[in-house]
Design a protein around this ligand. Structure first.
Ligand SMILES: NC(=O)c1ccc[n+]([C@@H]2O[C@H](COP(=O)([O-])OP(=O)(O)OC[C@H]3O[C@@H](n4cnc5c(N)ncnc54)[C@H](O)[C@@H]3O)[C@@H](O)[C@H]2O)c1
Length: 317
């Protein structure tokens, strides 16, 4: 049985589960799949699955519903962490990708282009700058021709007792996390309305939008993410007549540089979620890929919590 060597960890997760998507193998262009399993058979950790068990028609339908072929996806905060993983996800599904961030991407764009076979561009952009944002979105349209999808991922966190929060730091959290997400979505939606073909916007909220978080004091951060989560609903309703869908993702503890800054909480992040582990950025990939694609064409205003169950509470203490 051919051993699948998938360079992209999301595809590994899919293949390990041996699920419905395995025959389309994640890349709608078939790049990853056809590269590693040209004989149409593939092995999984738990057994095997024959392509013939799924009809060709169903397989093509599933592929088309996940495909982002020919689309352009803009990602704020895509230079590293969750945003960079989601940029790779969009590319693996066939989309060209624009990364907008205050810092250079951790992987350079030509390397990303080589690995994923999609176009990648990067523009430095601060989500607190109106002019900078307008210029960056204009540049995306100039370079890639359009905007079909937007993921608002740029964000910062603050873990500090409520009684010690200052005006300045609280305002900065709201500026970046709320207004930055709001106006990124607005610029994307304006372009989508102009194009007349609809679009999909996914805004990254947080488990902090659902409840207090064990061992952290994140009141203003939680408020900012609560705002993002509600924007997902209100914008979904307002933009529905334009066939623009807006949804949110609420990650739990995810292993990135953001969570790494809380060095003394790493054990909590590993042990507290009911699923018994910290999440990886790749755990969010398929949820976002689904929301971007046509498979979610009737899904808008929803939030997908990817927290290892933590937003539902805990039994063990
Ligand atoms: N890591 C987690 O545990 C976790 C949990 C829930 C939600 N989130 C959310 O997911 C998103 C990504 O988080 P991450 O863990 O990848 O963090 P990260 O710090 O690794 O990445 C955040 C990115 O946002 C960019 N950014 C910050 N301020 C910006 C600004 N003013 N303008 C443009 N870009 C800016 C950063 O440069 C960075 O590339 C954030 O919105 C965060 O709140 C993260």
């Amino acid at each position: 049985m051919m051993k699948i060597r998938l360079e992209f960890r999301v595809a590994e997760v899919l293949s390990r589960r041996g699920g419905l998507l395995s025959s389309g193998q994640f890349s709608a262009r078939g790049r990853i799949w056809s590269k590693y399993a040209p004989n149409g058979r593939h092995g999984f950790g738990t057994g095997s699955c024959r392509l013939s068990s799924v009809t060709e028609t169903t397989r093509k339908l599933i592929e088309s519903k996940l495909s982002l072929d020919g689309r352009v996806t803009v990602i704020t905060g895509g230079a590293r962490g969750i945003g960079l993983t989601l940029a790779k996800t969009a590319a693996a599904l066939g989309s060209d990708v624009a990364i907008l961030d205050v810092q250079e991407p951790e992987m350079n764009v030509s390397q990303l282009e080589q690995e994923y076979g999609s176009r990648f561009i990067f523009h430095r952009m601060d989500v607190t700058s109106k002019v900078g944002m307008e210029l960056a979105f204009d540049k995306v349209v100039e370079d890639l021709g359009k905007v079909d999808n937007c993921i608002t991922c740029a964000g910062i966190a603050l873990d500090k007792p409520f009684l010690e929060h200052t005006w300045e730091e609280s305002r900065r959290i709201l500026d970046i996390n709320v207004l930055g997400s709001f106006f990124s979505a607005q610029l994307a939606a304006k372009q989508m309305v102009k194009q007349g073909n609809g679009g999909s916007i996914v805004m990254i909220a947080s488990i902090a939008a659902h409840c207090a978080i064990p061992a952290q004091r994140v009141s203003i951060y939680g408020a900012s993410k609560g705002a993002v989560k509600l924007l997902g609903k209100t914008l979904a309703v307002e933009m529905a007549p334009f066939n623009i869908r807006v949804n949110t993702i609420s990650p739990g503890f995810i292993a990135t540089k953001m969570s790494a800054q809380f060095a003394d909480l790493q054990e909590v992040f590993r042990t507290i979620p009911p699923m018994g582990r910290i999440g990886q950025p790749e755990d969010l990939a398929i949820a976002v890929g689904y929301l971007l694609g046509d498979g979610a064409s009737y899904t808008t205003g929803t939030d997908i919590a990817v927290t290892g169950g933590l937003h539902n509470g805990r039994i063990e203490v």
